[in-house]
Design a protein around this ligand. Sequence first.
Ligand code: NOJ
Length: 726
Amino acid sequence: MTNIMNSKAFTEARKKAEEKVKELNLTEKIGQLSQFGTSIYTSEEKYFEDHFAEGKIGAYLTIIGAEKTNKVQKDLVDASRLHIPALFGDDVIHGFNTTFPTPLAQSCSWNPEVVRRGCEVAAKEAYRSGIKWTFSPMVDIARDPRWGRVVEGYGEDTYLCSRMSEAAVKGYQGEGETLEKDHVFACMKHFIGYGAAIGGRDYNSAEISDQHLHDVYLPPFAAGIEAGAATVMTAFEDINGTPATANKYILKDILRDELGFEGMVVSDAGATSELTHHGFAENEDDAAIKAFNAGCDMSMQLMGDYYNHGLPVGINEGRVSIEDIDESVTRVLTLKYLCGIMDDPYTDESISNEAFSDDHMKATYDAAIECAVLLENDGILPVRNAKRIALIGALAGDEGKRNLLGPWAAHIDPEKTVTVEEGFRKALGESTEIVYSYGCSVADDGDENDDNTIAEAVKVALECDTVVCVVGETAGRSGEASSYANIHLPGNQEKLIDALVATGKKIILLVSSGRPVIMTNFNKKVSALMQVWQMGSMAGQAIADLVLGKVNPSGHLTLSHPRSEGQIPIYYNHYNTGRPLYKTDRWKTCYRDLESSPLYPFGYGLSYTSFEYSDIKLSATEMAEDGEIEVSLNVKNTGDCDGAAVVQMYIRDLVGCRVRPVKELKGFAKVWLKAGEEQKVTLRLPASSLAFHDFYMNKIVEPGKFKLWIAESATDNRYEFDFIVK
Ligand code: NOJ
């Protein structure tokens, strides 16, 4: 497929860039490789005007707004000798102004269109605010919910993450041959292995075998690059002892040579200078030289002048080659030509970016209703004919305005967030009384007034026929630098749940969090349990409509929910051991004090309706190493309301030259069906998708026996089939 990175437009842009590079002096060249600005974590904003005349700025980060970026751009263009504009980048992670569900929540939709559309809307708002480049999507496979950044990715599975990765790139960049109006360059991050931080501690080292790196961590990047991603960001961590930002093996041998990436590599913020902290570089100049030589084209930094200072030193010492500098500058300029700023560096200030427009709010609502995952339901949901609803929880009220947006929501307007309370009031009008009660604080340490507010909530619950309680995490509890060893509900929220349960009322519990929290203490005590994540600007409306059955939950988990922190990391596609077992048995692979299965497995999610799979057929039970099998089935909605089935196809390679995972997702389809409706679904299984890396790092499709399951979750073994690769 043609995309912006393999198009005629790209070749032309690259040609122009190659010519332009010849006009630049060394300082100007290195300037193109430096990105400055601010971060969402600080209010301090600097433009580095003293760098303009010499052309020492190539890009900015997190300087936003059409007017502001135009002003800075004009000052830079006017002051510099060659008038080369800067590329303005920003962390547009799940929306720009209009906020979408977090990426983890979006992945639970199992609908790549949700991701594509969210990125498309975000791109439009960002583009019209002066931004041409987003630092997204994050496609790090993450299997440790203690790591706060699980919220930014698409879950634990390589196949699902790869599909979301290509959808995100298409949404941000569009599907044309050049970067058109209202689109921004995507940045695949963090290359690579950042999600494997040992112990789930952010920025921590990762130890990943080459096989695992290629089979598990690389494919989502490969998929995004295949879809045309223009840039890649390095990771903070060291991987097998070499920091990712100065790792020639991953940045050149893998990214360039294996994946054929032609775009630009940027460091994570300050990651070049952090090479000194790793003990990998003697000083900041040495760090700049090592990162650049390893393949990091551009240094992102908030304040430092790492490349501007270090690379000339490298040239003088004969450690950096001018040819390499020229190549990196060419890559940067190619993107500048490709997005049109070399011809017109300014953003049209007269057009609205449509933040919070009806169209954009509808887009985020449409996304949100597909992201919630129904985990338990004794039949209480959907709520019908309630007369008096107790709506309990800090996150259901005004505190939800900011927190339901999740982390990495920087240019937001919390006032635009529809809270859960507002959502319920809008959905029910005057017909039902809603009594709101705060419940307790969601802060880590709770609040000294919690006992009183819990007592009040109990009183309210007793006076109502329906009790809906929202618990969870604040927006700041996940995201960067938010790893936690304890991922139970913060503060006194479990106490609140217990107090509500003790009333004898049936409790509908909604969990709004950035990560899976430990639910073992309460999941079976409540009548219904829904994981509603942090679903963005329309979260409250979506939540009300889901609870009231105006829409049917259709999300399925993309991260296994652990029973306790002691089980982490826990993921469905682990290897089999010599002593496999999921239950507690001393001499097997287990804990003696805890069942080995997750509380809720990958792929799991309930609906208000039920589905029946029938007539499941494999087009063949044998295929060649370059062959393909088609799996077809009929899916029927057997309940009495409309809903969506998420059909999942797993395989297992029974005997391999390397131990194979017990299950691997290889296909899925989300099918919307009216009550009683039946549809035929076909899933493709090309033999190439069964490939893995052997001990010697050959990528092979190994002949042998396989199992195949069509399933509703990773632990659903009802429909099992055999096939052979010859
Ligand atoms: C650090 C984060 O790791 C990265 O994801 C982000 O894009 C940069 N900071 C810029 O804010």
